[in-house]
Write a protein that binds this ligand. Structure first.
Ligand code: UT7
Length: 341
């Protein structure tokens, strides 16, 4: 699915972004006491040095609420003015109710519709695109888009090939309607895709309706993330370039127009590949997975929030976001960074 924002009002603008990371830091050195690994292997093969892990009493909604509160505060937005809360997550508090309803209630977004979106590591871009559609169709004026994960709860801590990668965190963005916006402002477009033929290379086999957790013979492993790392790596390197290129071409833009690339933080080598193939200067690429690991649908808003905080992105800059993950799914979005003054 490829879409460019229409010529008609309103435009959807990205006016704020914020993040929340749990306090507990888990270093590579600590991981060597849990599984057969080394700090050197993790750093060289992934770029990760440490990651954050939610406290025992923190669930995904707690992280999402903290990030949501932060973005409402920074944009001086009243929760009661929010029309829609979308929480992109793979690790909801419960199968149901949706985590978004818990988040909306705790934020005081009493007038908002609330729904979860599960597109795994592409979840934030998918949610962002759906939020844009709701704003541009005139159904919503303010949408809170939150990516939040507690992947530490679904990782197999005996599997060294996955437990060193995944972590916890949340990022939140505010999209607002602008009746005066011109083409080229706000959200410019997005490209979303899915290929279910890759369903087995990254999945949690059990715990759903196909293989309920009560099924005889279901093991702890079946209820945790299982990944064929090399296959995912191949897919990620290909799709990031393809999706970004397709979207830029359709929008009549080139990589030179992009001021900031915020890609899913899965592996430093995947990001390096994007730098090389897209021929984008490294200083235009956000990299923070050394400190946070792979936080799935939270990684893009966390990275964008950090870039904004340290002044790596300026008002009016063109931001290219690219996510990829299980499903298989992928998504790219082009948006101007237009923070509330
Ligand atoms: O959010 C999207 C989801 N995930 C991703 O994007 C992940 C994409 N894939 C990757 O990032 C990489 O494939 C990994 C980091 C997961 C693995 O790196 P790799 O270079 O592809 O390693 P590999 O799977 O080919 O394994 C190489 C060796 C194996 O040993 P043998 O068979 O060569 O003896 C593994 O058993 O590295 C071993 N290995 C480890 N060694 C030390 C795997 N994990 C570890 C570990 N510590 N943590």
């Amino acid at each position: 699915m490829l879409a460019l924002a229409g010529k008609h009002h309103p435009r959807a603008r990205l006016t704020g972004v914020a993040s929340y990371l749990p306090e507990r830091v888990l270093t590579n050195a600590e991981l060597t006491e849990i599984v057969d690994t080394t700090d050197e292997w993790i750093r060289e093969r992934t770029g990760i040095r440490e990651r954050r892990i939610a406290a025992d009493d923190q669930a995904t909604s707690d992280l999402a609420v903290a990030a949501g509160e932060a973005v409402l505060r920074s944009t001086r937005t009243s929760a009661s003015d929010v029309d829609l809360v979308i929480v992109a997550t793979t690790t909801p508090d419960h199968i149901f109710p949706p985590t978004a309803t818990l988040v909306a209630e705790r934020l005081g977004a009493t007038a908002a519709a609330a729904v979860d979106m599960n597109a795994v590591c592409s979840g934030f871009v998918y949610a962002f695109a759906h939020a844009t559609a709701m704003v541009e169709a005139g159904f919503a004026r303010k949408v809170l888009v939150i990516g939040a994960e507690t992947l530490s709860r679904i990782v197999n801590w005996d599997d060294r090939s996955t437990c060193v990668l995944f972590a916890d965190g949340a990022g939140a963005a505010l999209l607002e309607a602008d009746d005066e916006g011109a083409q080229g402002d706000g959200v410019i477009g997005f490209e979303l895709g899915a290929d279910g033929s890759g369903k087995d290379i990254l999945c949690i086999p059990a715990g759903g309706s196909r293989m309920p957790s009560s099924t005889e013979g279901v093991t702890h492993e079946d209820l945790c993330i299982q990944m064929q790392g090399r296959e995912v790596f191949r897919f990620a390197t290909r799709i990031m370039i393809d999706s970004a290129t397709r979207l830029l071409e359709a929008a009549g833009l080139t990589v030179d127009d992009v001021d900031l690339l915020v890609a899913h933080q899965a592996n430093e080598r995947i990001l390096d590949h994007a730098v090389e193939k897209l021929e984008i200067p490294r200083e235009k690429v956000v990299m923070n997975l050394d400190r946070y690991g792979n936080t799935s649908s939270a990684s893009i808003p966390i990275a964008l929030a950090e870039a904004a905080e340290r002044g790596q992105v300026a008002p009016g800059d063109l931001v290219l976001m690219v996510g990829f993950g299980a499903g298989l799914t992928w998504g790219a979005a082009l948006v101007r960074w237009e923070p509330r003054a």
